[in-house]
Design a protein around this ligand. Sequence first.
Ligand code: SF4
Length: 321
Amino acid sequence: MDKKSAPNLPTHADQTMLKSFFGCRRKFYWWYLRRVDFKITPPYFIWGQAWQEMLCFWYSKTELDLEERLSGAISLGEKLWNDSGTLPMGYNNLDTLRWAMIFYAANFPEEPWEIITLDEKVELGFEIPFPPRPIWSICGAIDGYIDWGPFGLLVLENKSAGIDVQSAKYLLQWSFDLQPMTYTWALRQILEQDPFGTYMNCVCKKITQKNIKEFQEAHIIPHAMFARKDIQKSSFHYREFEQSVNDCLIQIEVEWDLWHWPKTYNTIECTGGIGKSACPYQRLCLQERNPWEITDEEVEMIPGLVVKRDKWEPWKRGGKS
Ligand code: SF4
């Protein structure tokens, strides 16, 4: 697909799109312009999606008793997992999903905060104009938001990882990450008031048979299973965020005009590393051809890849603002 036959310049940006452009412009091309995706969604994505849906159920069905909330959340997770057709890999399996929910319910039967629902939905989709670059909107879906008396409102961000979620390094990354920043900025625009920041709600997927046995025998919740951290944001952060997004959108527009979509030389982006999965486009990028010379049919000859035909509209996931 060359520039002439390309769709129009995208006009919606979410935090994954911005991150992908910062990480590798070629990846941005494959994903956002060509819509090349995994044929079968990898289990770590499904685990995270199912976990989010289970927590939505857990927090929105407060009229049920704890047993019913737990069994309902697990049933929902099982259905999502089974319907996805994904295959288990390491700690990304249905058993760890079920047990994570059991441990979560035992560890957090009550919260010091209240979750806000909109039309019974915990997630909040948004599509917000971005005045510094008027053709663009910033969009996405917030996992939820909470009202925590002494602090005020916070974005709730649910994360799952196969590593120690209580480590200082794991938790510190969220103070630098674009996702909590984007969501707090979005909630501020939607509510027209200053939220306190983002509340990171993290779960570790590394559940062993020993953990399960200890819980069954003595009700012991695995050590370092959960971590929570609030990340405060200020007017300074919002200004800084808008400047960075503006810069990134300008660069996307420039890249669109140049039509180069260069590869990154940061090899971690390609091969993956601790806590980062490998790029699905490796085989496309190793070809001695420009990406726009590779047809959709040729892309789909690579095992595991498909060209998606549906529109990219992540903001339609939750109750839309
Ligand atoms: S394989 Fe590397 S260069 Fe190619 S799209 Fe992925 S990150 Fe970019």
